[in-house]
Design a protein around this ligand. Sequence first.
Ligand SMILES: [Zn+2]
Length: 132
Amino acid sequence: MKLQSNPEGRPGLAKAALLGLCPRCNSDGLFESRNLLHIRFANECKKCRLDYSGFNVGDGPAALLIIPIAALIITLALWLDIAVNPPFWLQVVVWVPVTTIITFISIRVIKAALLTLEYRRDAREAGGGDAP
Ligand SMILES: [Zn+2]
């Protein structure tokens, strides 16, 4: 599956969210680090100087992720318990890190998606940021 850019040259939502691309110029660097566990936005785009500090995704990513991730982890934990019946400590050792990793990776994608949508709808905090 090829993730495409729209006719204006901006990245598509899925591509921008998955790769952490600037919603204006399509360059890499929406986040301070390429580390998947690093979820803080950079201050601005290094290429087009779009100020990311004017955007506020707030608690949106956590609110969007908590129920799907909980449902996934509970389902998998119940399946493991029924299939193998491991001791409780093993369930904790398995699911705490799995939940943490899935959450960090997912929250990065959702944060990028919400920032991209805010940019496209010009929905930013009052008094900050560049005009699109
Ligand atoms: Zn940019």
